[in-house]
Ligand binder design. Structure first.
Ligand code: ATP
Length: 643
């Protein structure tokens, strides 16, 4: 059975801003964050699902048109309408009409669902229309629309996909919003005790204060308005290394300020050199390019760059998939010194002749191990091979992450000058010790109830629940909504507008629970996330470290609870024991037994020694390492689309 053919399941309905004009049948219930209703469910029996084509007058915001005649290429064609059970009606006018009214109920008002017989999904401007899903899954082709993970689909033949017309809301310009930040936590000063190792020849001396960084006045003011009083270790060492013109591979624990460690010295140098955002031009040639694996993360980095560059002549710009290309081109044309981008969209902009790389001085790979693994490595090679790209000798290349498998380190060296410096703050690949890690043994089928029990004890505290697949994310989010837990979800099958709304609702606390796939595992810096729950453990220890790092940031404490299913998770046991011990956490005896029995599962794989404790150039010194499995695998072997 195809995954979207399941009958009567609610598991595959994406959480979104659902409204329906007629969805009041059935039992309805409200959550704080929205309205959930049990509709009658789709009656559709046929395979019809929905077939709807999309056309747009252009790249801009104007004139999104839906054409329901069906059958044209580029529409999404699902097999959805099979649900007999609870369907979720949807006439999502805000999406369809391009009306950004911002309605976000984060729940469902169940309509009648797909009306069956052919299960056609009708969606249009007619407010009285009976749009609805028949309880089935949105067809796979929808990925054309709502890009999975952030290997954007810019490379796809233009004729094969509808144009993306989403334009994110205009950012607030007031200083309060730009500089809003959360407080450092009680353990911020403990950063000073973390062991730091810089390897490579002639490393410059670390700075102890921001004053020693000799930032120009406007940058210094912006740092202070951001609430930064003293630098974190990765900043103390990273800033002078970058300012000295050295290439850098830096590894520091999650939430310890890596973003500012690369942004501040780059912006400082650009300001000192008096660069000014070039005037309007169809081709812009930025001095710095920053790449990151997900749209939300690159947007966050852009916001940090915009904050630090506030009131200066340096202009950052962001480009990522799922957003109108025309909108981003117009933004680039207004001038840019720093381009923040996800690889696909960035390469697209270079290919279109909008971004030139010949003046590039800084190339930054955030989440560098992810950017260089199997998923993104070809894009990175394409990027450094772009026409006009200065050779590695003529540019500065900077890489940052909390995890660095040894084989990735070796490959990263291809992109760096031979005398690059390796900066390790704490245990490379280690989990943040401010996160209290707990494990609960579960069986596959008891997880949902366990989650509910757990969330009842945490109340309205902000919690990220990680699951392995997009379907599971929808399923669990729907389940929690039904249980009156205001929940949203983020994953690669959601449209960009929905992803951003989900994040906004989670950030604001409107939905204190967010169910996420690996798309949200890395880099996201969300204030007051007190809990991370691994509903499904990832199949990769790096991923675990990044996930739990969404809490316990910047000296704050946090808690991570992981459901451990001995039938499916035993291959991770060894690495988990190592991570727990390195982070001075209690290791449950059953986990230790599972790790060292070596025969807990037929799928048990002896861990490889590829998680370096330090600079791979030191060679052979990996006994003290956190061990991980196949390091060059994409982070999560789930159904997230990285392509
Ligand atoms: N010196 C500082 N003083 C106070 N706050 C800081 C300082 N440096 C960074 N922060 C704040 O700490 C938070 C975490 O920083 P950041 O997102 O850069 O961490 P990171 O190391 O990149 O984490 P991850 O590995 O998860 O990507 C941010 O809110 C940032 O503004």
């Amino acid at each position: 059975m195809d995954e979207w053919e399941e009958e009567g399941t609610v598991s595959t309905i994406p959480l979104t801003s659902y409204t329906s004009n007629e969805g009041t049948q059935g039992d309805s219930w409200n959550t704080d964050a929205g309205e959930c209703a049990r509709g009658r469910g789709g009656r559709g029996r046929g395979r019809g699902g929905f077939k709807s084509s999309y056309s747009s007058g252009g790249d801009g915001n104007d004139g999104d048109k839906w054409n329901n005649a069906g059958g044209e290429r580029g529409g999404f064609r699902g097999r959805g309408g099979q649900g007999r059970g609870r369907g979720f009606g949807r006439t999502d006018h805000s999406e369809v009409n391009g009306d950004d009214s911002g309605v976000c109920e984060n729940g469902f008002r169940g309509g009648r669902g797909g009306r069956g017989r052919g299960g056609s999904f009708s969606q249009g401007r007619d407010p009285g229309g009976r749009g609805g899903f028949g309880g089935g899954y949105r067809g796979k082709d929808e990925e054309i629309f709502s890009q999975g993970e952030d290997k954007d689909q810019e490379k796809k033949d233009d004729s094969e996909r509808p144009k993306v017309t989403y334009v994110p809301p205009t950012l607030p310009e007031d200083e309060d919003s730009i500089f809003s930040h959360y407080e450092t936590g009680i353990n911020f000063d403990k950063y000073d005790d973390i062991m730091v190792d810089v390897s490579g020849t002639n490393p410059p001396q670390a700075i102890m204060t921001f004053d020693e960084a000799e930032l120009c006045e406007s940058l210094r003011k912006n740092v202070s308005k951001s609430g930064y009083v003293k630098p974190t270790p990765v900043q103390k060492h990273g800033i002078p290394i970058i300012s000295a013109g050295r290439d850098l591979m830096a590894c520091a624990q999650t939430g310890s300020g890596k973003t500012a460690a690369f942004l501040l010295p780059i912006l400082q140098q650009l300001m000192a050199d008096g660069v000014a955002a070039s005037r309007f031009s169809e081709l812009q040639e930025p001095e710095a390019i920053i790449v990151a694996p997900t749209r939300e993360l690159i947007n966050q980095i852009y916001l940090e760059a915009r904050k630090f560059a506030f009131g200066t002549c340096v202009r950052p710009v962001v480009v990522y998939g799922g957003v109108s290309t025309g909108h981003q081109i117009r933004d680039i044309e207004r001038g840019c010194n720093v381009v923040c981008g996800t690889p696909g969209r960035l390469l697209d902009m270079i290919g279109r002749g909008k971004v030139g790389v010949s003046k590039l001085r800084y190339l930054v790979l955030d989440e560098a191990d992810r950017m260089l693994d199997m998923g993104f490595e070809p894009d990175m090679r394409r990027l450094v091979g772009s026409p006009g790209m200065p050779s590695k000798e003529d540019r500065q290349t900077l890489m940052f992450s909390a995890t660095y498998p040894e084989d990735i380190q070796r490959m990263a060296a291809d992109f760096l000058k031979t005398d690059y410096l390796f900066l390790a703050v704490g245990v490379v690949g280690g989990a943040c010790s401010d996160v209290e890690q707990t494990f609960i043994q579960v069986t596959k089928f008891s997880k949902r109830e366990q989650l509910l029990d757990l969330l009842k004890t945490t109340g309205m505290e902000r919690t990220m629940v990680f699951v392995e697949t997009k379907r599971q994310a929808d399923f669990i989010a729907t389940f929690l909504c039904q249980e009156k837990v205001p929940t949203t979800s983020i994953h690669g099958d959601r449209e960009q507008r929905e992803r951003e709304q989900a994040l906004a609702d989670f950030r604001s606390g409107k939905c204190p629970v967010m169910v996420a796939t690996s798309v949200a595992a890395r880099g996201l810096d969300i204030p007051d996330v007190q809990h991370v729950v691994n509903f499904d453990l990832p199949n990769n220890i790096d991923e675990y470290v990044h996930r739990i790092g969404r809490t316990g940031r910047c000296g704050n404490t946090g808690r991570a609870v992981s459901f451990y299913d001995p039938d499916g998770d035993s291959q991770l046991a060894c690495s988990l024991v190592t991570v727990l011990s390195k982070a001075q956490q209690e290791v449950p005896s059953w986990l230790e037994e599972s790790a060292f029995s070596g025969s807990t599962s037929s799928s048990f794989k002896p861990p490889r020694k590829n998680f370096a404790s330090t600079d791979s150039r030191k060679g052979g010194s990996f006994q003290d390492s956190v061990q991980s499995q196949e390091a060059v695998q994409p982070a999560a072997n789930d159904d997230e689309e990285w392509e």
